[in-house]
Design a protein. Structure first.
Length: 129
């Protein structure tokens, strides 16, 4: 009986210690990690992006993948964050581009294949503070 009581108290004490250790809000690394967002942007032969607008947060890691849904070659460029995807042939996807916006604002993304941007192949990335 004494061994069972000792075992029960030990288990209870260990359980309480583990539960309390979880109450500190996580490790410092967990507090400083930024959430990540992944966007797959479709490139259409109608000289449009789908979606035409993206939203992110300052300090949040952003991953962009270009999915060329047409037959023409397309690119994806955000100059301010040094994002350059492509050219991507029709029916293909790009490798991901990962960046972290550090300044709030509205940034244009576009296809830099000659004539595509001029035909309206642009979108807007809005970065919120």
């Amino acid at each position: 009986m004494k061994n069972k009581l000792y075992l029960s108290l030990s288990t209870l004490t260990l359980g309480a210690a583990l539960a309390l250790s979880g109450c500190n809000g996580g490790s410092p690394a967990a507090l400083t990690e930024s959430p990540a967002q992944t966007f797959t942007v479709g490139a259409l032969d109608t000289f449009k992006f789908d979606p035409p607008a993206l939203t992110a947060q300052v300090g949040e890691e952003v991953t962009v993948i270009l999915d060329n849904k047409g037959v023409l070659d397309h690119n994806f460029v955000i100059e301010e964050f040094n994002v350059h995807l492509g050219p991507i042939t029709g029916g293909s996807k790009s490798a991901p581009s990962i960046f972290m916006p550090t300044t709030a604002g509205a940034y244009v993304y576009y296809c830099d294949v000659p004539g595509h941007r001029e035909a309206g192949m642009t979108g807007t990335l809005t970065v919120n503070p």
